[in-house]
Write a protein that binds this ligand. Structure first.
Ligand code: ADE
Length: 228
C-alpha cells in the first residue's frame, strides 16, 4: 500500500510516522508513506498556499490551485482509489471504514484546515471526506495520522502475530476482554484463575464472555440489533 499525505505543516507528520509499528511496516516494504509539502506546489515566490476569504470573515482559506497542482501531480504517477480530505464534517471514521480502506493500493490524504479550504478543491479533487470524531482540531494532520495508523496496522505482516488485528476491539463489534501479565498477584489483586489454567478453550470462552459483558456495560450501542 502507498499513502501520500499533502499538508502545509509537514513537520507535524514526520515523527509519528518514524517510530514503532509504522516505521517497521515501512522498513519491511509493506507500506510506503510519502509526505508532501503543499507549499512546494505554490506558484509564487512566497510559497503562498492560502488567501483571504471572499465575502470576508475570520481566518485564511487554502487556495484551490496549489492543491489541484499537488493532487494532479500525484495522480499523473499512479491511480488513487480515493483522494481523502480530513474534515470534521466528513463521514465518521470507524473500524469498518478502516478495514475497507486498508484493502486499497494507493490513497491520497489531504490535511486541511477547518473552514479553510476553497470549496472547489473539495468538489473537484476529493473523492471522500472523513472525520475522526465530533470535535474540531486545528488541522487535518492529526486526523491523517490517525487514519494512517489505523490502516497500516491492518496490513498483512505488519503486526507480529498476524491474527492480532482481527481480535482488536471493534473488529467484531465487541470491546476487548481485560488482559493481564506478570505478576499473577499484585497487592492482593489476583489474575483471574482461568488465565493461568492453560486450558485454551476455557480461556477463549472466558474472554468472549468478558468482552460481551464489558461491551454491554460501556458501549451497549455496539450490540444493538444483535440481541433478540
Ligand atoms: N480537521 C479538524 N478537525 C477534524 C476532525 N475532527 N476530523 C477530521 N479532520 C479534522
Amino acid at each position: 500500500m502507498r499513502i501520500d499525505i499533502i499538508s502545509c505543516v509537514p513537520q507535524l507528520l514526520q515523527s509519528p510516522l518514524s517510530h514503532s509499528i509504522i516505521l517497521r511496516a515501512q522498513d519491511k516494504g509493506l507500506v510506503e508513506i510519502v509526505i508532501h509539502d503543499l507549499r512546494d506546489f505554490s506558484s509564487n515566490k512566497q510559497r503562498q498556499i492560502d488567501d483571504y476569504p471572499y465575502g470576508g470573515g475570520a481566518g485564511m482559506v487554502m487556495m484551490v490551485e496549489p492543491l489541484a497542482r499537488a493532487v494532479r501531480y500525484l495522480q499523473a504517477q499512479r491511480q488513487y482509489e480515493e483522494v481523502i480530505f480530513l474534515t470534521p464534517d466528513g463521514e465518521k471514521f470507524d473500524q469498518k471504514m478502516a478495514n475497507t480502506l486498508s484493502l486499497h493500493q494507493n490513497l491520497m490524504l489531504i490535511a486541511g484546515h477547518y473552514k479553510g479550504v476553497d470549496q472547489r478543491a473539495r468538489d473537484l479533487l476529493v473523492t471522500k471526506e472523513i472525520s475522526i470524531g465530533d470535535y474540531v482540531l486545528s488541522g487535518g494532520e492529526l486526523p491523517a495520522l490517525v487514519l494512517t495508523d489505523a490502516l497500516v496496522r491492518l496490513l498483512p505482516g505488519v503486526l507480529g502475530d498476524e491474527s492480532s488485528a482481527l481480535f482488536d476491539s471493534f473488529q467484531d463489534d465487541l470491546l476487548d476482554a481485560p488482559i493481564f501479565t506478570r505478576p499473577a498477584s499484585f497487592e492482593g489483586h489476583e489474575v483471574p484463575e482461568v488465565l493461568l489454567s492453560g486450558h485454551q478453550a476455557k480461556i477463549n470462552d472466558w474472554r468472549y464472555e468478558q468482552a460481551l459483558e464489558k461491551t454491554r456495560q460501556l458501549r451497549p450501542d455496539l450490540l444493538e440489533g444483535d440481541e433478540a
